[in-house]
Ligand binder design. Structure first.
Ligand SMILES: [Fe+2]
Length: 420
């Protein structure tokens, strides 16, 4: 074994070939993180902003974040959806403070500059100054042009009730961005049915944002870490499963079909999180009713790089929005939804199963913790590297889940775009 390199390199160099050995500095270097924001969140990519169901009426808005930049998604009088940057054109204030609401126009409280829902400047107080002793004094210069001083407007794409936006107006179409394979899983979940909003969870996780992408590109851990998954058969190594990626390997889908609930066999042998005798008091948590649109799989977990995860785990469906703030922390916002044609009973079922997820979820609480502990390990020795060599060092779709191929795929793309 080679001795570990004990000094942090001057400029981060990815010493190993391929993408199976990830340097710890990829998670700890603040300068690299700034570059990630520019190259993934602000250029060339579509980022998630929300669901149309969150802003059903004209004037409805939601404030959210792309990377670290605050944005507002709203629905205007024509029914169109706009996404604009939450920075006043005058003095740069993040003027929108409410998380959501309904307004006729956007007003910055500092100097009351007023913008349409499309982000066009429509009012500047005292633009023509004040009259004193018959003379006009002050005001904006005559040549000031309101139409050149609107808010920053993002490019918007919607599909199946989901809203994406990009600061980059030259970005490819959303469909090309997702690619045909991931698009087919996206359309399975968002197949045109009207969505309903069931609720939110929010948490701040003290770890690098990429760890959340990796967590949902890692089918190895759920049947080991999560007592809930292995014990009740929702996700374990002997489930029938497939792993799929887009052509650039940045997005992925983990597809699994529930198998041996409670059964003891070689995949539970010695796994400490498997609790054969564990019984749930509230049986409604496992009251799973198959739905027509599943078409076989009981779970499809999709990672759309860089900003979002789309979850179907039996009857619980949600979006999980990744909002980084610094290289060692991100906010994670879960939007639990349902479908307008759900019965009341199905809505209740989705809500009860949502207890598996979110910051205190029976499953997801584990993930938040391991991400924090991983980040702590990286900070301790940034010159070291993580291994993602389960299933080899190649990047390929598979018909099983005993592989880290999706993580290798993401880092192949990451190295390309980041130039490291
Ligand atoms: Fe997990």
């Amino acid at each position: 074994m080679q001795p570990e390199q004990r000094v942090f390199p001057e400029a981060p160099v990815w010493a190993d070939s391929g993408s199976s050995r990830i340097p710890f500095w990829a998670y700890t270097d603040p300068a690299l993180y700034r570059r990630e924001l520019e190259r993934f969140f602000y250029h060339g990519h579509w980022c998630y902003v929300g669901l149309e169901a969150e802003i059903p009426k004209a004037g409805d808005f939601k404030r959210t974040t792309i990377g670290e930049r605050s944005v507002i998604m709203n629905r205007d009088e024509t029914g169109a959806i706009n996404v604009i940057e939450n920075v006043c054109a005058h003095r740069g204030m993040q003027f929108c403070r409410e998380r959501s609401g309904n307004v006729k126009s956007l007003v910055c409280p500092y100097h009351q500059w007023n913008y349409s829902l499309q982000g066009d400047l429509q009012g500047v107080p005292f633009r023509r100054g004040v009259k004193q002793d018959g003379k006009v004094m002050g005001g904006m210069p005559k040549e000031f042009k309101p139409d050149e001083n609107g808010l920053n407007k993002l490019k918007v794409a919607t599909r199946g009730g989901v809203v994406f936006a990009s600061f980059d107006h030259d970005v490819e179409s959303l469909e090309d961005f997702l690619g045909p394979v991931i698009l087919s899983y996206f359309d399975r979940l968002f197949n045109g049915r009207e969505l309903t909003l069931l609720g939110y969870n929010r948490q701040r996780i003290p770890g690098n944002w990429k760890l959340m992408q990796e967590n949902i590109k890692d089918p190895y851990h759920p049947g080991l870490l999560h007592t809930w998954f292995i014990t009740y058969g929702l996700w374990r190594a002997d489930n029938k499963s497939e792993l799929r990626m887009d052509a650039k390997h940045r997005h992925a889908a983990m597809i699994s079909t529930r198998g041996n609930s409670g059964a003891k066999n070689e995949v539970t042998q010695g796994v400490t999180s498997f609790k054969e005798s564990m019984e749930i008091n509230d049986k409604r948590l496992l009251d799973i009713v198959p739905e027509d649109w599943w078409g076989g799989p009981t779970a499809v977990m999709m990672t759309v790089f860089p900003s979002v995860i789309f979850q179907q785990q039996v009857n619980s469906v949600s979006t999980r929005h990744i909002q980084p703030n610094g290289n060692g922390s991100f906010d994670f916002v879960w939007t639990h939804f349902g479908f307008a044609d759900d019965t009341e009973e199905m809505t209740r079922r989705r809500l009860i199963q949502a207890n598996l997820f979110g910051p205190g979820g029976f499953v997801s609480a584990d993930d938040g913790e391991v991400i924090e502990f991983s980040q702590n390990g990286f900070a301790q020795k940034p010159y070291h590297r993580a291994l993602a060599e389960l299933g080899g060092t190649e990047v390929e779709d598979t018909e099983h889940m005993v592989t880290e191929t999706l993580i290798r795929g993401m880092y192949r793309y990451w190295r390309d775009v980041m130039g490291v």
